[in-house]
Design a protein around this ligand. Structure first.
Ligand code: DON
Length: 318
């Protein structure tokens, strides 16, 4: 067993025993039924090794983690023009907050709060039917994960639509400021379906590899995005990926991560590892309780941090 396999196995065993597992998101009925006694972790390293433990092959709803991939597609379509419609500052507010939108004229703080992701969905709709926009995202994820089995959980998508009153409020509000080009229902339809994509830790860690490798997809050896863009997406994940807990995540973990209310977190150690953890119980900020603890443990055990001096990198263990 390598050091990293041992670390991953120890973390999974400790998380299986944890008593305080947080609370499963219950504002989306499709998520409320998930058993909180689950924990999975998958790590793909830069040299292509995979280390998994716990429930790494169990599918879960990726929810807001989809926002990273939708943003990647939107930047490919409109480039820096995106930043006229969405900011790139941490919000300091909850993921579904509406308060800043009035002060800031319907321009969401960043692409990872719900309002920002709805604008990104609107950008990705240009010239497409909603079905095609969702299809493009699914194809992108299947390509990145090298796995054609990635699909949408329709029950979750329907339950989001049936209960997504806050998202409808955000979208209507932005529409009133002229920051949505398409009908509110179309942008919301894309957003709800992208959140309802189901993946497991193994697939998600593979999908994140281009962000660890300066934009290169190791399966094809080709750039998915430029190195500069990959670094910038990582910067947004670090500063905004955990909403009003982004500072705490950067402090405790020390590398970029994006959470979802399904309990998943995708995290990237540039040049070293693409990681997915999942445990459905959430902390008070709506991020996976055990997922965050597991990543902090992993950072401690490996020394992985984007703040580590470069000169110190070569003997980095493991
Ligand atoms: O729109 C929502 O509220 C959910 N579909 C996604 C929110 C989410 O994942 C926040 N992340 N922790």
């Amino acid at each position: 067993m390598t050091d990293l396999s041992r670390i991953v196995a120890t973390i999974a065993a400790d998380m299986a025993r944890a008593e305080d597992r947080g609370r499963v998101a219950d504002y989306i009925p499709g998520l409320a039924r998930v058993d909180p006694n689950q924990f999975g972790i998958a790590i793909v390293t830069a040299d292509g090794e995979t280390h998994c433990a716990g429930d790494a092959d169990t599918l879960f709803s990726i929810q807001s983690i989809s926002k990273v991939f939708a943003l990647t597609i939107a930047l490919g379509k409109v480039g820096d023009g995106l930043w006229r419609r969405v900011g790139r500052e941490p919000s300091g507010t909850a993921f579904n907050s509406i308060v800043q939108l009035e002060h800031e004229s319907g321009v969401p703080r960043n692409p990872f709060v719900n309002a920002g992701a709805i604008v990104v969905a609107d950008v990705n709709l240009a010239g497409h039917q909603p079905r095609e926009t969702i299809g493009e995202l699914l194809q992108f994820l299947r390509h990145l994960a090298e796995d054609d089995s990635v699909v949408i959980d329709d029950k979750v998508a329907q339950s989001e639509r049936a209960t997504g009153f806050r998202n409808a409020a955000l979208a209507n509000y932005m529409k009133s400021f002229g920051n949505l080009e398409h009908a509110v229902e179309l942008a919301l339809g894309v957003y709800f379906h992208q959140c309802a994509i189901a993946m497991n830790c193994r697939q998600l860690a593979k999908a994140g590899r281009f962000l660890m490798l300066d934009g290169v997809h190791p399966g094809s050896g080709r750039h998915v995005v430029s190195a500069a863009r990959a670094r910038r997406i990582n910067a947004l994940m670090l500063t905004c990926g955990h909403y009003d807990a982004s500072g705490d995540f950067a402090y405790r973990v020390g590398f970029p991560g994006k959470s979802g209310v399904g309990g998943g977190i995708m995290a990237i150690v540039p040049g070293r590892a693409s990681i997915a953890v999942w445990s459905p119980g959430l902390n008070t900020r709506g991020n996976s309780q055990l997922g965050t603890i597991a990543l902090a443990r992993l950072a401690d055990a490996t020394g992985w941090s984007i703040f580590r001096p470069a000169a110190d990198r070569s003997p980095d263990a493991p």
